[in-house]
Ligand binder design. Structure first.
Ligand code: P6P
Length: 294
């Protein structure tokens, strides 16, 4: 009987009976597509791993859409750092009669989400989601294969303990971001500064820690890659679901150029946006620095 190590090779590849070699993110994508395509609730799927709209199985069309990042943080798989799955659900806009959904059913703004959440594969496996009535956290008990409500009505602390940003990009940031990062590093014990730096490189994990302990995550636009003027993260299945979650938990999510993430109407499935998200007080402070108010 192949041990787990034999099944999941060092390169994050899945060896099923030694034949079907897949990288784990491809495996996650294929598994989710296969299962959700026949759930009967969806009319269309968008995936970080797929260029175009993924149709559902004929005869199984439903009235919702799913946008998903099957395995966020996949660069961390090989180094055994926590990763996650992110999902966002909208109600279909096209005709409510049955039939395959369309691109327009998927390109809806974050404030129209009916549900959003993530699964984090860390020291424990947790499902955290909202349907617009608060944020609920469930922890998997692998001995019975059930998720139990372990974190009811999650609220992000108003004050941040952590700040999360890839400081390797600091030479490419806008001045307001640089000034904010300098500010959180200043010593002001009465104001709880300096904040501690924590950056895992998996959005799901950085967000989850900040949701529980209080913090701010920033992936701002930068000048590092002219092809990515809007930063690296995707609107549909990264920024928007987390913006819905953090709003429900009492926090904020902005782009830093005056836009609220939840109000952006997507123009394409894989559109990128800058993301500044977390404890409200900190996001407000970043906005003040970026708008030159401080
Ligand atoms: P960088 C993972 O690839 C990801 O999309 C997010 O999960 C993570 O926050 C970000 O990229 C890390 O990007 O450029 O800092 O390595």
């Amino acid at each position: 009987m192949a041990g787990l190590a034999d099944i999941i090779g060092l390169s994050g590849k899945i060896n099923v009976q030694g034949e079907n070699v897949q990288k784990m993110d491809e495996f996650a994508n294929n598994t989710i597509k296969k299962r959700m395509s026949r759930c009967g609730y969806l009319c269309a799927i968008a995936s970080e791993e797929e260029d175009d709209v993924v149709p559902v199985a004929e005869g199984y069309e439903g009235k919702y859409t799913l946008a998903i990042d099957p395995l966020d943080g996949s660069s961390n798989i090989d180094v055994n750092v926590s990763i996650g799955t992110i999902f966002s659900i909208h109600r279909r806009r096209s005709s409510l009669t049955m039939g395959q959904g369309t691109l327009e059913d998927l390109l809806q703004k974050g404030s129209e989400q009916v549900a959003a959440g993530y699964i984090i594969y860390g020291s424990s496996t947790m499902l955290v989601f909202t349907t617009g009535d608060g944020v609920q956290g469930f922890t998997l008990d692998p001995s019975v294969g059930e998720f139990y409500l372990s974190h009811p009505d999650m609220k992000i602390p108003e004050r941040a303990k952590y700040f999360s940003i890839n400081e390797g990009n600091s030479r490419f940031w806008d001045e307001g971001i640089s000034r904010y990062v300098d500010y959180v590093k200043d010593v002001d014990e009465a104001d709880g500064r300096p904040l501690s730096a924590r950056y895992i490189g998996t959005l799901v994990s950085d967000f989850h820690r900040n949701l529980i302990a209080g913090g701010i995550f920033l992936y701002p636009k930068d000048k590092k890659n002219p092809q990515l003027p809007n930063g690296k993260l995707r609107l549909l299945y990264e920024a928007a679901p987390f913006a819905f979650l953090v709003q429900q938990a009492g926090g904020r999510a902005i782009t830093g150029d005056g836009r609220n993430i939840l109000n952006i109407v997507p123009e394409s499935l894989h559109q990128r946006v800058p993301l500044i998200i977390g404890s409200k007080r900190e996001v407000d402070m970043v906005e003040n620095f970026l708008l030159g108010r401080v």
